[in-house]
Design a protein around this ligand. Structure first.
Ligand SMILES: [Fe+2]
Length: 388
């Protein structure tokens, strides 16, 4: 346990001196705003006070360090008293180093493993009857999705709408203009190349939506046609290699706006974004690559060819078999991909010599991560860990 040696009141902040020798500074406004009492912060994590209503120059009337290592603050505004445990204070240190440490801890919680074709030897997969009946099996399968960006699920009954049932194990269907689910098979006058028997180079789905669905599921109901292998590519691995090859090309794909669009009789959907997305810390968190729905580049004349160099380099890498995980989906197979990380495609198939029928659906990553958090909490606190 981290023990407080002493506290010092400064004009706008409290300084906690730890027995380790470290000093931590907490502005009073920050302390009042984040008071852990149930009157300020609900057990759901929701804040119950208006930050804007706190006087910026709020200060304590009195501060004591109790014998139980609690810092007790009586405030000069209102009648509230706050109790900050040593653990709470230690967990809320706001030095640059402490904030960075907590960011690193969060990343370690659900580590990401980049992959290439070597992963073909041991595809991440689960078994539907197991994940349906056993929370640990479900948590393990979801963790594979989080780590590798995709996972296969075997033995999902080859019945219509099972893709909705599987989604309900961890989250919610994201309904689109294609419906709650969509059929992928050869059709006459298809409105999308996916609904033909042609090969499809690896892509992410629906970059024209805002927000783009972050998960896609595909379930195979029949597979007697020759060909039609599924191809998956880890977009984050390709981007890491592209960045190592040329940081200039990488930067162009991170910063150049492009527009994706889809239009038919009933819908006209459009989004302008970048091909590589980065999070608030600058780390890559999305790839949006779909050569069918991308529109003419709106890039100035002196920069156009450089952008084409970057785009074509990325496309060639995505098309390089050294990055391919490849497998033939049989009836009862399902896979789920993180649609902003993993590109999916397929080889051409012969629709004259058999049938290939998949059902797909979209969902979102937040539901999956929430389910993982809940399952892992139960698992590691040993509560109801084997039944659902
Ligand atoms: Fe697709």
């Amino acid at each position: 346990m981290n023990r407080i040696q002493k506290i010092t009141e400064k004009s706008s902040a409290l300084v906690v001196s730890w027995e380790s020798g470290e000093n931590s500074v907490y502005p009073y406004l920050y302390l009042r705003d984040n008071c852990p009492s149930p009157a300020t912060r609900h057990s759901t994590g929701q804040k119950l006070i208006e930050t804007s209503a706190i006087a910026p120059d709020i200060a304590p009337l009195k501060v004591i360090l109790s014998a139980h290592q609690e810092v007790v603050v009586d405030w000069n505004c209102g009648t509230h008293t706050s109790n900050f445990s040593a653990d709470w204070l230690f967990g809320h240190r706001i030095s640059r180093q402490a904030i960075q440490e907590r960011q690193e801890e969060k990343k370690k919680k659900y580590p990401v493993s980049l992959w290439n074709a070597a992963l073909n030897k041991s595809l991440p997969e689960g078994n539907y009857p197991d994940v349906l009946t056993n929370e640990v099996a479900l948590a393990d399968w979801l963790e594979k999705v989080s780590t590798y960006g995709f996972a296969i699920l075997r033995n999902v009954p080859a019945e219509p709408e099972m893709v909705i049932q599987v989604t309900s194990l961890f989250g919610y269907i994201r309904e689109t203009n294609y419906g709650k689910l969509f059929d992928v098979k050869t059709t006459v006058n298809p409105n999308n190349l996916a609904f033909t028997s042609l090969g499809l180079s690896a892509h992410t789905d629906n970059p024209y939506r805002n927000p783009t669905p972050t998960l896609q599921l595909l379930h195979c109901l029949s597979s007697s046609a020759a060909g039609g292998n599924s191809i998956l590519v880890d977009g984050f691995k390709v981007i890491a290699d592209l960045k190592a090859y040329s940081s200039e090309l990488f930067e162009l794909l991170c910063t150049t706006p492009v527009t994706f669009s889809f239009a038919d009789q009933h819908s006209h959907i459009e989004r302008t974004t970048t091909i590589i997305g980065r999070d608030v810390y600058g780390a890559v968190n999305a790839i949006r690559f779909n050569n069918r729905s991308i529109q003419s580049f709106e890039v100035e004349e002196d920069k156009m060819l450089a952008f084409y160099t970057a785009y074509q380099q990325l496309a060639k890498m995505i098309d390089d078999e050294k990055y391919f995980v490849q497998f033939k989906m049989e009836a009862t197979d399902l896979f789920i991909v993180d649609n902003e990380r993993i590109l999916h495609g397929r080889t051409a198939y012969d629709s004259a010599a058999g049938e290939r029928f998949l059902q797909g659906a979209y969902a979102d990553r937040d539901g999956l991560l929430s389910k993982m958090n809940v399952l892992n909490y139960r698992r590691y606190t040993n509560e109801n860990s084997n039944t659902r």
